[in-house]
Design a protein around this ligand. Structure first.
Ligand SMILES: [Zn+2]
Length: 280
């Protein structure tokens, strides 16, 4: 050997160099693989996160959609309730106006009454200022004296004033026997509650029956000419008696029949707790 280097050695260096380069390349490859693995892992992780995010976004969108539809439903229910409430208010306003008109009509009739029923109307009104204060005068039992009617029979709703007797409640009239029984019942009621019975309606002439029949909801008023009001044998009461759960109503159920007055079966069950009829 002449000691000259092998040409390959000049380019590659010694075997040690070769070994070092080999180890370096292996190391480099290893690093690269690790980098690739990390990149892949990151890619997978990113993909998973994207999937998760997409899923979450989809769920959020669905939830938002559900919330929107629930909100729309709630709003619709609220609107419906408001509409119904408005209708009930209108109906109440209408009935209150009707009651006020009816009372006004009766006041006119009551004012006319005394002239037609020889002084009976005057006795129907408690004497103002007699005895203690106004309250005493108002709640003092007073028994109107009535001639007892004209004895004739009359068509429903066509009673002349002379065939009716006034109640202690101004402007209210009934057939004489019903009126007398009502006055006794009213006295017992005053003894129990300290106030006269509240009467919203009593004898109802035919034209009033027609008007009510036309204005009331179906089934709420009797067919004209068939109402017990038209015979002077029915009253519509207020002051608590019109509410089935009130002590006044309970008292009436227990005590009115003893005076010949009943809340008929058809009026029970909350249908017309205010309507009472004289059965004799
Ligand atoms: Zn009635």
């Amino acid at each position: 050997m002449d000691g000259s280097a092998h040409p390959a050695q000049a380019w590659l260096g010694g075997p040690e160099d070769l070994l070092e380069r080999g180890a370096y390349l292996t190391l480099l490859a290893g690093h690269r693989t690790a980098d690739l693995d990390r990149a892949e892992a990151a890619r997978v992780a990113a993909g998973t996160l994207a999937d998760l995010a997409e899923g979450a976004e989809r769920e959020r969108a669905e939830a938002a959609e559900e919330a929107a539809s629930a909100r729309a439903e709630a709003q619709a229910a609220l609107d419906a309730q408001e509409d119904r409430f408005g209708e009930l208010l209108d109906e109440q306003t209408r009935l209150e106006r009707l009651l006020a008109e009816r009372r006004a009509a009766w006041e006119v009739r009551a004012a006319r009454g005394p002239a037609e029923v020889a002084g009976a109307g005057e006795r129907a009104v408690p004497a103002a200022g007699a005895g203690g204060g106004d309250d005493r005068a108002r709640i003092a039992p007073d028994t109107p004296v009535c001639s007892g009617g004209d004895g004739g029979s009359h068509v429903n709703g066509r009673f002349p004033v002379s065939a009716l007797c006034p109640l202690p409640q101004a402007g209210e009239w009934l057939r004489p026997d019903a009126a007398a029984a009502f006055v006794a019942l009213d006295a017992a009621y005053r003894a129990r509650f300290g106030v006269p019975m509240c009467v919203a309606d009593s004898y109802r002439p035919y034209h009033e029956q027609v008007r009510l029949f036309q204005e009331m909801l179906p089934g709420m008023a009797a067919r004209p000419g068939t109402s017990q009001h038209g015979l002077g044998l029915a009253v519509d009461l207020c002051g608590g008696v019109h509410q089935p759960s009130s002590p006044q109503h309970a008292w009436m159920l227990a005590n009115a029949p003893g005076h010949g007055w009943i809340n008929p079966d058809w009026a029970r069950g909350g249908f017309e707790p205010w309507h009472w009829e004289f059965t004799g």
